[in-house]
Design a protein around this ligand. Structure first.
Ligand code: F6P
Length: 327
């Protein structure tokens, strides 16, 4: 193992830089040349490779985003275009590849391994936390804290004006971030793609809950089957004419910012581990973290299976919802 390449792919997530730093430092420690690839799989297509040094990863553990850049590469899905791109990996004498991203990125890594036979390792990094085989993905904890901080602020104005706020959080296909942030912010309700939304029932529950109450928060996952926060307000308003409803879309602020200590530790542990297991001869696995310990999952499983949010938390929110409030 002389040259290990790595890239970040898909939506960026806080902690990706900490992971890059750990890979670079562990490679150099073991006399391996770390080779960063810029802009995700697009960098393979264009041969955009960067032989990295200690200096390149100084002072990046605390920064959000990714110094390598990232992309959702459509071209890479095209087998013909990919073939040309893969010649750059061969020309650059890359012995192995680490892909930091979500399950779509792992599918790209798997295709590379099938086509040119090099070992690949996946490091799960996405704010969605929807990856099978790990308790948490790099970036989820930071995004969760960002949402909770925002909801705390929204609650101030919601209660001052006695309004019901529908706060939309990211999660095109997953309600993980929505559910956890609902519990952590004390939201009254949550709508997630994994659970069918019944608008009439929602209106009844909100009305019961809000008799005299000083405002409420409903967290909406962007991928909910009834739509985003604006759509839901449009549907629910005819059933609750007397209530003051507002929508807030948190958007990409959830993807940025300084990674939390938890994400830095997770990213550093997983990045360093990815290098160690390549040296030890492992291939085509994802590095997971379960119950405080590193676990490996076959990359194919990581691609095919998805982590689902714990629906028990919906019951928990039900239990905590105010009954016949008079304040
Ligand atoms: O990276 C995951 C994610 O943040 C999803 O939660 C969200 O639906 C999507 O990316 C947004 O992607 P983009 O930034 O490409 O619009």
């Amino acid at each position: 193992m002389k040259r290990i390449a790595f890239l970040t792919s898909g939506g960026d997530s806080p902690g990706m830089n900490a992971c890059i730093r750990a890979i670079v430092k562990n490679c150099l420690h073991q006399d391996i040349q770390p080779v960063g690839i810029r802009d995700g799989f697009n960098g393979i297509m264009h041969g955009d490779f960067w032989e990295m040094t200690y200096d390149d990863v100084n002072n990046i553990i605390q920064s959000g985003g990714t110094i390598l850049g990232t992309a959702r590469s459509e071209d890479f899905k095209d087998a013909e275009k990919r073939k040309k791109g893969l010649t750059y990996l061969l020309k650059n004498k890359i012995d192995a590849l680490i892909v930091i991203g979500g399950d779509g990125s792992f599918a790209g890594a798997n295709a590379i391994s099938n086509e040119i036979g090099i070992p690949v390792i996946g490091v799960p990094a996405t704010i969605d936390n929807d990856i099978y085989g790990t308790d948490q993905t790099v970036g989820f904890d930071t995004a969760l804290n960002t949402v909770v901080e925002a909801v705390d602020k929204i609650r101030d104005t919601a209660s001052s004006h006695k309004r019901i706020f529908f706060v939309e959080v990211m999660g095109r296909d997953s309600g993980y971030l929505a559910l956890k942030s609902a519990v952590a912010s004390g939201a009254e309700m949550v709508l997630i793609p994994e659970e069918e939304t019944n608008i009439e029932k929602l209106a009844i529950q909100l009305k019961n809950q809000n008799q005299g109450k000083r405002g409420s928060i409903v967290i909406v996952a962007e991928g909910d089957d009834a739509g985003g926060s604006m759509d839901i307000i449009g549907k629910v308003k005819p059933h609750m004419e007397d209530f003051d409803l507002r929508a807030t879309v948190l958007g990409h602020i959830q993807r940025g910012g300084r990674p939390s200590a938890y994400d830095r530790i997770l990213a550093t542990t997983m990045g360093a581990e990815a290098v160690d297991i390549l040296i030890a001869g492992k291939k085509n696995v994802m590095v997971g973290h379960v119950a405080g310990k590193i676990k490996y999952v076959d990359l194919i499983q990581g691609i095919k299976l998805h982590a689902l949010p714990d629906k028990g938390k919906l019951d928990l929110l039900d239990k905590l919802r105010t009954k016949n409030s008079s304040k």
